[in-house]
Design a protein around this ligand. Structure first.
Ligand code: ZN
Length: 87
């Protein structure tokens, strides 16, 4: 982890967060007990049979002034390769 601090181009705050937003559809096979092959007594949403990601976006947001920046633009502006997002 880098200790270098970046500042917001708008308000100069150092409270910047990289945010990853994603939407998923979880599918559960209907079987003889509760839905989902991995669910036997109660339905647990995390025991899904299939997961599909329908949308995702990444941006950097300043906590102070709430400005948002496209992360690809910022990667260039920050000229760092430190940012790697693992899914
Ligand atoms: Zn700001």
């Amino acid at each position: 982890m880098s200790t270098k601090n970046y500042s917001c181009p708008v308000c100069k705050s150092k409270d910047l967060y990289l945010k990853h937003e994603a939407s998923y559809v979880y599918s559960y096979i209907l079987d003889s007990d509760v839905p989902g092959m991995k669910n036997t007594e109660i339905f647990s949403p995390f025991l899904y049979d299939r997961r599909e990601q329908t949308e995702s976006s990444e941006y950097i947001e300043c906590e102070k002034c709430k400005s948002r920046f496209q992360s690809d633009v910022l990667y260039g502006a920050l000229n760092e390769s430190d940012f790697t997002f693992y899914d």
